[in-house]
Design a protein around this ligand. Structure first.
Ligand code: DAH
Length: 353
């Protein structure tokens, strides 16, 4: 409900606006419809089937995706809206929204983050008038548009296209940039599978599509060290961001300056895995997150061994607790940890050691 991407002075809102402006300015004769408040609860059909995710794909499991009911989920990507919007007659659009994934816990992963999705449909006369095949037009246009977007965000930089796989595009690519000595993936994209266009009664058309994650790019561009900071109510964070502050590549822009970090508190727990083999790291992380909220910074497997005679496996996890806003007291961390230990036994059926 926070709609961080709709707050004009929040780093996610700032970045989203910069991206939307690029698509409105790049070629003012082709306007993109901009949407940012579609409900995050979508049908499993929209989230998976409509974008051709195979029936046995891991992302469909309750270990990876948050199911609301058997037939509905918290969208795990904004691609969930592609087909619906095409069916409604949209031919050029951007959709920004909160997306949800069950995952591990560290400084770059949070169960909710934000994506921007873009789609551009071409009519036959567009490639015919240029004497190109539809595929040539779509893939050339895709590459020049997204290279322009990356320059708009990062300034002049070295880029490379890497072949990728997404079920909804063919060919599929990832665009990477060389930034501060490393190759970084910026977005995924490709030429939309024809069967999606067919399903929207757009047979004979071509389209490209892309999707990018806002947090990762905002962390790089604004120098934000921990993904939980996006959610902090601390004015020492929010007061450092203002709409209009953004400069390509962060050149000449005041980056985020970290206020002093509060001390971490480490808690280790060792347990035998349940015999039924149903234990997963994602469910452990979900359990800790549900008790500790944003106070948990990292969950890390630090030791693992198998007792061959007893045919049992033991895991030792280290939890790092730290608040972004204040010092935690021993009492409150102990209370959280005790609850985690209890729920490990009752909910995940492990045997504490
Ligand atoms: N939905 C993909 C993801 O969440 C991102 C993506 C890749 C979106 C390629 C697209 C695309 O529209 O063409 O990882």
């Amino acid at each position: 409900d926070k709609g961080l991407h709709r707050l004009p002075d929040h780093p996610l809102g700032i970045l989203k606006n910069v991206i939307e402006n690029y698509f409105c300015e790049v070629d003012p004769s082709v306007s993109f419809t901009v949407m940012d408040d579609l409900s995050p609860i979508v049908s499993t059909y929209a989230n998976f089937d409509s974008v051709l995710v195979p029936a046995d794909h891991v992302s469909r499991s309750a270990n990876d995706t948050y199911y609301v009911t058997k037939g509905s989920v918290l969208r795990c990507h904004t691609s969930a809206h592609q087909l619906e919007l095409l069916k409604h007659g949209h031919k050029r659009f951007l959709v920004t929204g909160d997306v949800y994934r069950r995952d591990t816990i560290d400084a770059t992963h949070f169960p909710v983050f934000h994506q921007v999705e873009g789609v551009r449909v071409f009519e036959p006369h567009e490639w015919e008038s240029q004497n190109l095949s539809s595929l040539e037009l779509a893939s050339t246009e895709l590459k020049t548009t997204l290279e322009g977007l990356v320059r708009h965000l990062f300034g002049e930089c070295e880029m490379r296209w890497v072949d990728a796989y997404f079920p909804f595009t063919e060919p599929s690519y990832e665009l990477e940039i060389f930034f501060k000595g490393e190759w970084l993936e910026v977005l995924g994209c490709g030429v939309m599978q024809s069967s999606i266009l067919d399903a929207a009664e757009l047979d004979g058309h071509r389209a490209w599509a892309f999707g990018l994650g806002l947090e990762r790019l905002a962390m790089i561009l604004f120098d934000i060290p921990d993904i939980r900071l996006f959610w902090t109510p601390d004015p020492r964070f929010s007061q450092q961001f203002k709409s209009g502050m953004f400069r390509a590549g962060g050149v000449g822009m005041k980056k985020f300056s970290s206020y002093s970090k509060y001390p971490p508190c480490y808690k280790d727990v060792s347990f035998w895995l349940p015999q039924d083999k149903n234990f997963t790291e994602n469910s452990l992380c979900e359990l800790v997150r549900s008790i500790a909220g944003t106070l948990v910074e990292e969950v890390k497997l630090i030791d693992e061994f198998e007792n061959k005679k007893l045919k049992r496996t033991s895991h030792c996890y280290r939890f790092t607790y730290r608040s972004m806003e204040r010092s935690l007291t021993d009492d409150e961390v102990n209370e959280i940890q005790n609850e985690v230990r209890q729920r490990l036994e009752t909910d995940l059926h492990v045997v504490l050691r």
